[in-house]
Design a protein around this ligand. Sequence first.
Ligand SMILES: [Zn+2]
Length: 393
Amino acid sequence: MNEIDFLTVSALLLPVAFLSGWWLARSKKSNSNRELNSSINPEYFKGLNYVLNEQPDKAIEVFVRMLEVDSETVETHLALGNLFRRRGEVDRAIRIHQNLIARPNLSQEQKALALLELALDYMRSGLLDRAEGLFKQLVELDKYSLQACRHLLDIYQQEKDWENAIFFAKKLEASSNGTFDPLIAQFYCELAEDHITQKEDKEAREKLRKALNKDPACVRASILEGTLLKKDGKLKSALKAYKRVEKQDVEYLPEVIESVLECYQKLEQPKAALEFLQHSQEKHSGTDSMLLLTELIIEQQGEEEGINYIAQQLRDRPTVRGVDRLLKYSLRNIQGEDRSRLKTIKELTESLLENRPAYKCQQCGFKAKQLHWQCPSCKNWTTLKPTAGVKSE
Ligand SMILES: [Zn+2]
C-alpha cells in the first residue's frame, strides 16, 4: 500500500473508530443483545456506509438528520467535521458545524466547541472576517479564550490591523506565561512606518518611543528613529539612535553603517567616521564596513594605502565581494594582457554576486535580497539576518 492510499484509508477509518467508540459506549449501557440492538440507530450504519463508500455528502445528510432526534451525537458530529477539515473538505466541515450550532438543545460547552470548530473552518478557507467574529464571540463568552486570542492575533497580523494586534498580544501576555513585548514592539514599528508614509512624523516618533519602551532591544525602532532625526537635520541625535544598534543586535550593524557615515559627512567629521568604521570592523568584521573603510582610506591616505588594507583584510577573511572590489581597484592600474585576464576573473565574481541573497531567515532558511522584518515564508519576526561568509558576502 503506498503512502497516499494508506493516508486515505486511515482518514476513512477514523470515523469508523469513533463510531465504534460510540457503539461500545452504547453497548456498555445495555445488558442484553436485544437492548443493544434497539439502542443503535440503524441510520448510523447507513451514514457510516456512505463515509466508507466515499459519498460524504450523503453521509452528512444522514448524520445531520440524526442530530435532530438525538443530541448525544454531538461529539460524533464534531469529530466528523474535524475529519473533513483535516482532509481539506472545508465546505463540508462548515456545513456540519453550522448545523450543530443551530441546534437549540446544545449545552453551553458544546456550543462553544462547535463555534471554535466553525471558526477554524473559516480560517482554513480564508474567510477571516467570519472567523474573527466567532473568535471574538468566544472571548466574550470566556470559552477557549486563550486559543481564540491566539487566532485573533494571527488574523490581525494577516490583515495588517496593528492596533488590534497590539490589543490581543497584550491580552495574551496578561493571561499566559510568555512575553509578547518584542512582538508588540514590531507592531508599533509597523504603525510608525504607516505614519511616516502619511508624513505624520510626530505620531511616528510617539509609536517608536512605545516600541522601545516595550522592547529596548528593538533594532528596527532605532533605525527608524535615526532616519527621522537625520531627515530633520538632528544629526547628533540620529547618530545616537543608529549607534544603539550595535548593543541591541550586532548582526544588524551593517544596516546602519552607511547612514552613520552620511551623518559624519554632513557634520564634517571625517576622523570620527574613520574611527567608527574601525570600531565596527572590530565588533562585526563584516564586508560592508571593510569596503567602506577601504574607500575612506583611499580618500584620506591615497589609493595604495587602501589597496594594501583591503588585500590584508582579505587574507584574514576572504569574501567574494571583497575580491571583486580588489579586482576593481587593480584594474585601474593595469594594461595589456594582464588586464584582460583580470577582467575575466572580475566577470566571474560579478556573476557570483548577482544572485547573492543578502538576508536569510534563521528559522526557515528563506532567502531574500532585501530585509523583511517579518519573514514572508514562516511569518516569524526579526528572523531574517544579513548573511555572512565567503559566498554570501
Ligand atoms: Zn522564515
